[in-house]
Write a protein that binds this ligand. Structure first.
Ligand code: AMP
Ligand code: ZN
Length: 114
């Protein structure tokens, strides 16, 4: 997926402000943060949308949340709380078609999100 922005960040072709990395996922600060803390967690395997997930992705989807928990705690958001969001398709606000879990915190989060 050479045209994919997040694949390019995973490959190192485009620089990312990395907050966590292992063999399976990369997490980096959002370039246009919507909260004092706003980072994205992406699987290193390209998957375009939630609609493209199947059973073999079960483990990596769990991993996204475990990394969210770890990095949120490292950033001191554990007690105050934080929001996780994964948009699916343009109608829900998805603009980069490589699945990513948003993690936002450092301010009160409103509901409904709009
Ligand atoms: P979504 O709209 O759910 O697809 O989220 C895409 C997110 O990627 C947005 O919050 C963007 O601000 C963020 N984004 C786009 N380009 C970059 C980049 N080069 N580095 C970090 N975040 C980015
Ligand atoms: Zn990709």
């Amino acid at each position: 997926m050479s045209e994919c922005l997040f694949c390019k960040m995973i490959n190192g072709d485009i620089k990312a402000d990395v907050v966590y990395e292992d063999d399976h996922v990369l997490a980096f600060n959002d370039i246009n943060p919507q909260a004092p803390h706003h980072f994205l967690i992406v699987p290193k395997e390209h998957v375009s949308t939630i609609n493209d997930l199947d059973e073999r992705h079960e483990k990596i989807i769990g991993k996204l949340f475990l990394v969210a928990k770890k990095v949120a705690a490292d950033m001191g958001m554990e007690e105050a709380g934080y929001r996780t969001v994964m948009n699916c398709n343009a109608g829900a606000g998805q603009t980069v078609f490589h699945i990513h879990l948003h993690v936002l915190g450092g301010r009160p989060m409103l509901w409904p999100p709009g």
